[in-house]
Design a protein. Structure first.
Length: 348
């Protein structure tokens, strides 16, 4: 058993956070026989939708929303690992415009390598995150695994009429992003042990923010589409929004928010590019109009507990931005939805 003071959770996993996700290209192969429409008329969103969560109409104007998400450590602190993994999973509920109800834990732990008390700290972090979202951590399942794994299965509820899908965007809609990009670059720098102490908090501060904004936007009919930005990067999730809406998008790169441009430029200069970035690009790069390497490294960077990507009717811009100014969240304008074209996303 390794001494506690020597334990860095990120060193016990081959990936980190949502960077562990199977690439979109490989996922398509896995799901190609599972994406057939199932004969369940009350299933409003299922596998075939490529959306953030499944949605089942239970009648009376209400729907149940269900999701699961788990990954390997993206931070060394076990409490923060539990919090971030939980906030990331709960985000899928918010991204549908729903309110979370309860969560079930998913834990894999190398019991002969990392002290059990660290697993307890992960669970306590999860309880704290769930409490912040106003839900109980109501149970779970655990296994002995070679790498630490943690996440949640989350159930939510919503008014069916307020369902927000990743499809439904309309030509002319304005695009907003609620969190800055760069989590994957900063996390890779940590794993390479080149991250400077003054940058240690930047990624975690962002990942620890709940996406409650999604539930707040649920009643706004001029919010046409919504998804959260995680392991496939902004370009991947925006491409999915465009495909589901049968449209394309134009991004203004200078408007895309970054967690800390100076820090990101420093680490990119040292080769701190997550493996997930290249896997992402190999999967969907052909759908993106030509970009610079720098733009690719930012826009395809895999995010963990990333922000919400929202498509808003252009004539409601002032109303939407006024709504955001009165909320506790941010929303940065990053581009617009355009007519379907040769590429899914253009970057200027």
């Amino acid at each position: 058993m390794i001494k506690k003071e020597e334990i860095k959770l990120t060193q016990y996993s081959h990936g980190a956070g949502c960077g562990c996700k199977i690439s979109p290209q490989v996922l398509d192969e896995i799901l190609k026989t599972a994406n057939k429409k199932m004969p369940f008329p009350n299933l409003l969103v299922g596998n075939d939708e490529r959306d953030d969560a499944a949605v089942m109409d239970i009648g009376g104007g209400k729907s149940i929303v269900s999701t699961t998400d788990f990954f390997m450590p993206i931070v060394d602190d076990p409490v923060d690992f539990g919090k971030i993994a939980s906030i990331n999973a709960i985000s899928d509920i918010y991204a549908m415009g729903a309110t979370p109800l309860m969560a079930i834990a998913i834990l894999g732990w190398p019991v002969n390598t990392v002290p059990i008390e660290y697993a307890n700290m992960v669970i306590e972090g999860s309880r704290a995150a769930c409490a912040q979202a106003g839900i109980p951590l109501a149970g779970g399942h655990s296994i002995d695994s070679p790498e630490p794994i943690f996440g949640l299965a989350v159930t939510g509820i919503m008014d069916t009429k307020n369902l927000k899908k990743n499809g439904g965007a309309k030509q002319g809609d304005l695009l907003y992003l609620s969190k800055g990009l760069g989590v994957g670059i900063l996390s890779t720098a940590q794993k390479k042990e080149i991250r400077l102490p003054e940058h240690d908090h930047i990624a975690s501060d962002s990942m620890l923010k709940l996406n409650k904004l999604g539930a707040e936007l649920a009643g706004l009919d001029y919010v046409h589409a919504m998804t959260d930005v995680t392991g496939f990067g902004l370009l991947g999730h925006l491409s999915e929004m465009c495909e589901a809406s049968q449209l394309s998008a134009q991004l203004n790169f200078e408007q895309v928010p970054l967690l800390n441009k100076e820090a990101l430029d420093y680490y990119l200069g040292k080769g701190s590019v997550p493996g997930g970035t290249n896997r992402n690009w190999a999967s969907y790069g052909h759908k993106i109009a030509p970009v610079t390497d720098y733009q690719k490294h930012i826009l395809a960077d895999p995010q963990t507990s990333g922000g919400l990507l929202v498509a808003v009717a252009a004539d409601k811009q002032n109303e939407f931005e006024s709504f955001i100014s009165q909320s506790s969240s941010d929303a940065f304008p990053i581009g617009e939805i355009i007519a379907q074209d040769q590429f899914k996303v253009y970057v200027k």
